[in-house]
Design a protein around this ligand. Structure first.
Ligand code: HMG
Length: 383
């Protein structure tokens, strides 16, 4: 069978963050509830001139600068914080990246899951057309109501993946385990800027979906638990990844090994939930931070989107993958950030009127300059 998968993977995280210690102080609670109880340290905060399009452009430009855009004829943009009910974010992105006009551009939605649908579709497509490549984007701003239980799990960021029939980083396996059930664990009606959710119930539905998807993966002939060196999970907060890792081990009757999940949680702890990108930020974290060379090993991936759909699948990490990562740049991006006070966080959280132009807050090359006649104006500072 044709090999398909990731030729490259990169991400972008905004420059500013608020520490969860500041949130704990404001709420008058023990900071260890956040650092240990939910396993998070920072919430990445986009500027008012950043959104899913600018973050996606930053992440994807890294790949295009290194590999070029030849062969890319499809952009699949996964998000649940869409900026328009009609026009796909992929179309705005397409212009910023100067991709060929002979390209299809669409947006996909199913809560945090849709980037996995995009990745699977991309692999199937390049298997049929091996001379083409697909740019898969997962970009989101996870914003909850202030003083809600979800507030500490906010975050933002974008992951870009170049999918081709000549993967250099990871081969995506053809076998998946799938599970869908119609539930209201987390949802955001069209008239709301923030989601509604049943926090504790959502964590239980997530674990149930994991087991159901795993069982389906097994019945479809998937690898056995022992075949995996590591697992990456959808990470709304890092403790959820640890809980998933324990739950799956117990389901399989094997001892829990925290090392199978910990390298994949390092970046997510520093960023927060980035919805569609969270699983793939975890994969980037594993690839950058695993001490051993993972070439030739199998990684199990579980994608979850509330509402709910789950998918378990596998990736075989390819020998030499480290030459195709952006490890130094990505680490620097996370290190060179600025902490803001609770009050500055609250100001960034609020929506502002962009019709007179957006304040210059983005650190990157691309920004949302403002909104004129209800049209979003994106600029490339290098143009
Ligand atoms: P909560 O009420 O803030 O916290 O809700 P809690 O009281 O349940 O405490 C959390 C943990 O901290 C507990 O540990 C406490 O014992 C511990 P656990 O029982 O879980 O092992 N704790 C402490 N530990 C150390 N020192 C202390 C301390 N105090 C307490 N002093 C909840 C937590 C996750 C529910 C909340 O953050 C929330 O509602 N989050 C939003 C929903 C969410 O993230 N759900 C996850 C599953 S659904 C999903 O992943 C999909 C999603 O990404 C959306 C999509 O698909 O689009 C969300």
């Amino acid at each position: 069978m044709m090999t398909t998968g990731l030729e490259a993977i990169s991400f972008y995280i905004p420059r500013v963050y608020v520490g969860l210690d500041a949130l704990a102080e404001r709420q008058g609670i023990d900071p260890e509830k956040f650092s240990k109880g939910i396993g998070q340290e920072k919430i990445a905060l986009p500027g008012h001139d950043e959104d899913i399009v600018t973050m996606a452009a930053e992440a994807a430009q890294l790949i295009i600068d290194k590999y070029g855009a030849d062969g890319i004829d499809t952009v699949l943009f996964a998000t649940e914080s869409g900026i328009d009910q009609s026009k796909a974010a992929a179309v705005y992105l397409h212009r910023l990246l100067k991709l060929s006009p002979n390209c299809r551009c669409v947006e996909l939605k199913q809560a945090c899951y849709s980037a996995t649908a995009a990745l699977q579709m991309a692999c199937s497509y390049v298997a049929r057309k091996p001379d083409r490549k697909v740019l898969v984007i997962a970009s989101d701003v996870a914003r909850y109501d202030r003083d809600s239980s979800g507030e500490a799990t906010q975050g933002a960021g974008a992951v870009a993946m170049l999918v081709s029939a000549t993967p250099k980083v990871a081969e995506i396996g053809a076998i998946s385990g799938l599970f869908t059930e119609d539930i209201m664990d987390f949802w955001r009606p069209n008239n709301r800027r923030t989601p509604l959710f049943d926090g504790k119930a959502s964590t239980l539905r997530y674990l149930n979906a994991l087991v159901e998807a795993w069982r389906d993966y097994q019945s479809n002939g998937g690898l056995s638990f022992e075949d995996f060196s590591h697992f990456c999970y959808h990470i709304p907060f890092s403790r959820m990844g640890e809980k998933a890792n324990s739950h799956l081990a117990k389901t399989n009757g094997v001892p829990v090994d925290a090392q199978k999940v910990l390298p994949g949680l390092i970046y997510n702890r520093q960023v927060g939930n980035c919805y569609t990108g969270a699983l793939y930020l975890s994969l980037a974290s594993l690839l950058d931070n695993a001490e051993d060379d993972l070439g030739g090993s199998n990684v199990g991936l579980f994608s979850y989107g509330s509402g709910a759909t789950g998918e378990f699948f596998d990736a075989r990490i390819l020998p030499g993958y480290r030459d195709h990562l952006f490890t130094q740049q990505q680490r620097r991006m996370l290190e060179e950030r600025e902490s803001v006070s609770y009050d500055n966080y609250a100001a960034l959280w609020e929506e502002i009127d962009l019709s007179k132009g957006a304040p210059e807050q983005a650190r990157g090359r691309f920004r949302l300059a403002g909104v004129e006649d209800e049209k979003r104006i994106y600029v490339d500072r290098n143009a």
